[in-house]
Design a protein around this ligand. Structure first.
Ligand SMILES: [Zn+2]
Length: 530
């Protein structure tokens, strides 16, 4: 692909995971990384190996994967003061992560150098230079994140520039200016970025936080002033009020600034990416998100609706389908249709707008999503559903005849036990297993029973399990008679076989029943794979 005018650097898995209520397992991170790669972002920052073992594990797993579009980055800091860079453990872990890109942050602000780091201004410059050089000597593409770049510049411009030049002189490929505290305004971001542009020969990037509600505006201002990389997170996840939201930045750069960034064919998948990451993070999608929210193109006022019917552009700033959204999510068929076609194609189905079964697939999905199912992160269940509609060869059949789950507690511990009776052809397998909880016990028993007929399931493990209670109103089906029924539970299960992960979904008023549905889908999907 031709070098884009603006590169997208995603830090959902690192800065984004600092956000309140955001907690990714290693399996979650791998799934999100694969999704981001398929979407076409240019860099994926996977984590900080020096800060936690989960991130070390992520990089160990990621090493075995092939990324088509994105380059993986490990994040860390400059060496410690008074320690030779070769002997710095945190820097060693960055190299151990074996990523093509390493991003390190260092101090721009004299205040932070003297009061927080408590070292001399010269030592800070040496820490930046030594670390960048060391990483370059080990063949890495090095991105230098200048922490407090704007606040530091305002405090002492000469020193701030000296820190950026120290990184550049040592060979940094990028100097990224960070509005770490999120307190700057677009005009100052533009002016300072412009100054940096005049003082540096390497490329410049921008990293902003949304504490003042202008992170996206600040990123755009920096792009106008010479920056060519934006760092941010999907849906604006991040500490405090969050990071710059890439789900807004990407269409702004593409449609409004008219610059190339991610592949044009990815733009209609923007809403899907946004929903997917929320679903994996187990966070309710915000209907008021610009571009991709359910309300972003919903017209309520009578005159607007009337005008929209006459001329779509009259009250809309772009065509909603350009970002995978719809004028009114519930009644728009057209957008639903092309979304499903795109999703099905990415799952390997040969499906087009003229496939006769498309109508039926669409109806089933719509009905099920209305009931409370959610397929954004459940591609396993979605695949099974599409296969059934296309009457393609189904997975080897198995049927759960009966199951039983019980729990007992003595003085020391609680024990869950599950029994399943599964029929495969004319064979009947009856198994009992204990587990950490009822779902784990059920998973163990089902697995034990199935492995006898399908040894390939031995490699499959349940890697993540999430539960969402849907409120009554959202879960209630069509008529008023359904009101007052118990709240429904949606279960999302992630399974893996060491090479890839897939999600499956179950829905019921009963959490065990919902879990079993998702487990059965997970096994069926595993049996389909070669
Ligand atoms: Zn940050």
């Amino acid at each position: 692909m031709k070098q884009p005018q603006v590169e997208i650097y995603d830090t959902t898995l690192r800065d984004g995971s600092q956000g309140e209520g955001v907690n990714f397992s290693v399996a979650d991170k791998l799934r999100i990384a694969e999704k981001l790669d398929a979407f076409g972002v240019h860099y994926i920052e996977g984590g900080w190996p020096g800060s936690n073992p989960k991130d070390i594990e992520f990089f160990a797993q990621a090493k075995k994967r092939k990324f088509k579009n994105a380059r993986l980055a490990a994040f860390g800091s400059t060496r410690k003061k008074g320690v030779a860079v070769e002997l710095d453990d945190q820097v060693r872990l960055l190299l151990d992560a074996a990523t093509p890109v390493v991003t390190i942050y260092g101090k721009t602000s004299l205040l932070h150098v003297t009061e927080i780091l408590r070292c001399t201004p010269e030592e800070n410059l040496a820490m930046i230079g030594d670390t960048v050089r060391h990483l370059k000597d080990h063949g890495r593409f090095v991105i230098y994140d200048a922490e407090h770049a704007f606040d530091g510049y305002k405090l002492d411009a000469d020193y701030a520039i000296a820190t950026w030049q120290a990184a550049e002189k040592a060979g940094a490929d990028f100097v990224v200016l960070c509005d770490t505290n999120g307190g700057c305004l677009p005009a100052e971001i533009a002016a300072i970025t412009k100054t940096a542009f005049g003082k540096l020969n390497c490329k410049i990037g921008i990293h902003t936080h949304d504490d003042s509600g202008v992170a996206v505006a600040n990123a755009l201002a920096a792009l106008d002033a010479g920056a060519v990389q934006v760092q941010g997170t999907v849906n604006g996840y991040g500490e405090r009020t969050g990071n710059c939201n890439l789900i807004s930045v990407i269409p702004l750069v593409h449609f409004k600034q008219g610059k190339t960034c991610v592949p044009a064919k990815s733009l209609p998948k923007l809403r899907e990416l946004s929903l997917f990451v929320d679903e994996v993070a187990n966070i309710r999608h915000n209907p008021r998100l610009p571009w991709v929210g359910a309300a972003a193109f919903a017209h309520k006022g009578g005159t607007h609706v009337n005008a929209i019917q006459k001329l779509a552009a009259s009250y809309e700033h772009i065509n909603p389908e350009a970002v995978g959204n719809a004028r009114n999510i519930l009644i728009s068929d057209l957008a639903g249709r092309s979304n499903i076609v795109m999703k099905a194609q990415s799952l390997g189905f040969k499906l087009g707008n003229d496939t006769p079964e498309l109508r039926q697939i669409l109806d089933v999905i719509k009905q099920r999503e209305h009931d409370g199912y959610e397929y954004e992160a459940a591609e396993g269940s979605l695949s099974l559903l599409i296969r059934a509609a296309l009457r393609q060869q189904a997975a080897p059949r198995f049927e759960i005849e009966t199951y039983h789950v019980s729990m007992r507690r003595d003085r020391k511990e609680s024990i869950c036990e599950a029994t399943v009776r599964v029929r495969v052809g004319d064979k009947l397998h009856h198994e009992v297993a204990e587990g950490d909880g009822p779902v784990n016990a059920l998973d163990q028993a089902l697995r034990k029973a199935l492995v006898k007929s399908f040894p390939q399931l031995k490699q499959v493990v349940l890697t993540d399990y999430k539960v969402r209670i849907l409120d009554r109103k959202a879960a209630a089906t069509a008529g008023p008679e359904a009101q007052g029924t118990a709240a429904k539970t949606r279960v999302l299960i992630t399974s893996g076989d060491g090479r890839r992960e897939w999600g499956t979904v179950g829905l019921s008023e009963n959490i065990i029943e919902a879990s079993l549905q998702a487990l059965v889908d997970a096994m069926e999907f595993a049996l389909l794979k070669k």
